[in-house]
Design a protein around this ligand. Structure first.
Ligand SMILES: Nc1ncnc2c1ncn2[C@@H]1O[C@H](COP(=O)(O)OP(=O)(O)OP(=O)(O)O)[C@@H](O)[C@H]1O
Ligand SMILES: O=C([O-])CC(=O)C(=O)O
Ligand SMILES: [Ca+2]
Ligand SMILES: [Mn+2]
Length: 653
């Protein structure tokens, strides 16, 4: 029974008497609740928000400044960010203020205490104005910023932040530039087939200045201080300076989120991204072939983004950095998904964009370690990232329930189309792009393994989305075959992820990620061979692409069948199946798998036109052979025995 304010029971009856308070001093009080502790509306609003713990990075010794005052912390933090944003020609950083410029009152007060000293060398207007820093904002704060200031930002019916990435809806690999200097000249892979297109140090500085000036011309910038790599011994500190809440939330989700304590001791970042994506590069600048430029300077540990707002550039730019830093430490960096069974059996999923790394590593019966970027060290595997980046085209609750459910508050949904009233997303719709994406923190997947590390892999699964429809749905590989297919990195690129490609086309991309590797592919291949051998991992080739004919004739292998195949690999049952060897590619294919129609296991059975099948098979084999020519002269491992074996493991016809 309910009680009124005086504790007198109020009987529930249809004709309950309306009770008014007894008159005191002749005034009628409505004191059903206590009055608010505010004298004004402003004061009332200020009560709404509780102060949170300070999140401030410190320069210098870890934890030594634990007793610093809040004010001193703020000052050091702004100094560190000001140093990041400094113009290198005017030798001064901008005046920084923490917080949203919209809250002008607070700004005036903070600015008085915290602005960084005025420049002495050469003064420009930008050094006279304040740049407001929105530092490691929470998802809720970033939502508010996005919705208020960024056109095209909306909350979907499930709570995700829908956003548009602008003119670019995929990466622009032809616009990537890497600074060539005395050390990178010899260390990195340059020339034919390499993703590293050179630029000189001076041009980098021109673009860096352009990006920094652009960012400093704004009222506010977002700064994220985060980590990469869950292996604590090989963790990298990254700072991302960007102009959009979308970019800040994307990286909040994709990188590892520091705890408040870790943030207090953050210090100087190991790597910094300047994302001035809304602003183009100057096409009169040397080495620039378009208005977009993604520039990597390993010596300065910096990356500059101009002319593209596609957030994937940041994620994959950092991945390139890891592909340089980790092999130096004898750690193999991998463009792969990774998950682990209840018994601790780890599987890696390699594959190019759209082949199924995210879809297949997200498996309700297994622990997710990560969906896209990993390291394999002497201690086992570790995820580089703190989030997942799933393709959304055709997404359904039935087929991919865990990804579906991860699209909720906090998740960034790029370039999707939704109902203007209900805000329900239509995942079939590709009118903005086919490369629609969801970026969410890894803990949004219920069986994520946190921390995202695991023991040495037992299975290495190479995913290829074969648009020709001639590769078997699954084959067991020898070590040499695994290397052959790893170096080849075959797939049919699915539309949209890389700018300009509109429909599936056969592609070879070394190490299943040539766009991101920094060293010659054979360096990574040799490390993979050594690790697989040492830890007894088995290689598999899984075709998640076409069956019964090429693209346009056959159809994509059904996801439930691919899942059954993957289940059989994980359980170990496929290892003991009966195999037969295919002609031309010499692949071992199983004759039976539980839950998969046996006739689809042999591609030639699914083709009505046997001659067309044979012709297509030979055509693809020819493409493999031609692609591999560039690698035949390279030494792999200590002696050249493996290189010869690998070559022999390719198609024979
Ligand atoms: N048989 C299949 N196996 C795997 N994926 C399939 C299959 N059939 C259809 N798909 C679809 O293919 C897409 C695979 O995309 P996924 O996000 O897993 O790519 P990815 O390898 O993680 O690429 P990226 O590196 O670009 O993130 C999903 O949209 C999935 O629904
Ligand atoms: O980088 C991207 O835009 C998406 C991705 O994961 C890939 O292409 O491998
Ligand atoms: Ca993915
Ligand atoms: Mn990827």
């Amino acid at each position: 029974m309910a009680a009124n304010a005086n504790g007198v029971p109020t009987p529930r009856s249809p004709l309950a008497r309306i009770q008014t308070q007894k008159k005191q001093n002749g005034i009628c009080h409505d004191d059903s609740g206590k009055p608010v502790k505010a004298q004004t509306i402003d004061e009332l609003h200020s009560l709404q928000k509780k102060r949170s713990a300070p999140t401030t990075p410190l320069e210098g010794a870890q934890g030594a400044f634990a007793s610093l005052s809040e004010e001193e912390r703020q000052r050091q933090q702004l100094q560190s960010i000001s140093a990041s944003l400094a113009s290198l020609t005017r030798e001064t950083g901008p005046k920084l203020v923490k917080g949203d410029p919209a809250k002008t009152q607070a700004v005036a007060r903070v600015a008085h205490h915290h602005h960084v000293e005025a420049p002495t060398i050469s003064v420009s207007d930008s050094s006279l104005k304040f740049t407001h820093v929105l530092y490691n904002l929470s998802p809720a704060e970033l939502y508010e910023q996005a919705i208020k200031y960024e056109k095209g930002s909306f909350i979907t019916s499930t709570g995700a932040l829908a956003t548009l990435s602008g003119a670019k809806t995929g990466r622009a690999p032809r616009d990537k530039r890497v600074v060539i200097d005395d050390s990178t000249q010899d260390e990195l892979w340059w020339g034919k087939g390499s993703p590293n297109i050179e630029m000189d140090e001076h041009t980098f500085m021109v673009n860096r200045e352009r990006a920094v000036d652009y960012l400093n011309s704004l009222d506010k910038v977002f700064v994220n201080d985060q980590f990469l790599n869950w292996d604590p011994q090989n963790r990298i500190k990254v700072r991302i300076v960007s102009a959009r809440a979308y970019h800040s939330l994307f990286m909040h989700n994709m990188c590892i989120r520091p705890t408040p304590e870790e943030l207090e001791n953050f210090g100087t970042p190991d790597f910094t991204i300047y994302n001035a994506g809304q602003f183009p590069c100057n096409r009169y600048t040397h080495y620039m072939t378009s208005s977009t430029s993604i520039d990597l300077n390993l010596a300065r540990r910096e990356m500059v983004i101009l002319g593209t707002q596609y957030a994937g550039e940041m994620k994959k730019g950092l991945f390139s950095v890891m592909h340089y830093l980790m092999p130096k430490r004898q750690i193999l960096s991998l463009h792969s998904g990774c998950n682990m069974g209840k018994d601790g059996d780890v599987a890696l999923f390699f594959g190019l964009s759209g082949t199924g790394k995210t879809t297949l590593s997200t498996d309700h019966n297994r622990y997710l370690i990560g969906d896209d970027e990993h390291c394999w060290s002497d201690n086992g595997v570790s995820n580089i990232e703190g989030g997942c980046y799933a393709k959304c085209i055709g997404l359904s609750r039935e087929k991919e329930p865990d990804i579906w459910n991860a699209i909720k508050f906090g998740t960034v949904l790029e370039n999707v189309v939704f109902d203007e009233h209900t805000r329900e997303v239509d995942y079939e719709e590709k009118s903005v792009t086919e490369n629609t994406r969801a970026a969410y923190p890894i803990e949004y997947i219920p069986n994520a393994k946190i921390p995202c590390v695991g023991p040495h892999p037992k299975n290495v699964i190479l995913l290829a989305c074969d648009a020709f429809g001639v590769l078997p749905p699954v084959s067991k590989l020898s070590l040499a075959q695994t290397m052959y297919h790893f170096i080849s990195g075959y797939t049919a690129l699915v539309a949209g992820t890389e700018d300009g490609i509109k429909e599936p086309t056969a592609t070879f991309s070394a190490c299943f990620g040539a766009a991101f590797i920094m060293l010659h592919p054979t360096k990574y291949a040799a490390m993979l061979a050594e690790k697989m051998q040492k830890h007894g991992a088995t290689g598999w080739l899984v075709n998640t692409g076409w069956s019964g004919g090429s693209y346009g004739y056959g159809s994509r292998i059904k996801l439930p069948y691919t899942r059954k195949i993957i289940d059989a690999i994980h359980s170990g049952s496929l290892l003991n199946a009966t195999y037969l060897k295919t002609e031309v590619f010499g692949l071992e294919i199983p004759t039976e798998i539980e839950g998969v129609p046996s006739q689809i296991l042999r591609p030639e059975n699914t083709w009505a036109d046997k001659k067309a099948y044979k012709d297509t098979l030979l055509k693809l084999a020819g493409l493999f052979k031609k692609n591999f020519e560039t690698f035949t002269n390279y030494k792999i491992g200590k002696d050249n025995k493996l290189a010869e074996e690998i070559l022999a493991a390719g198609p024979n016809f």
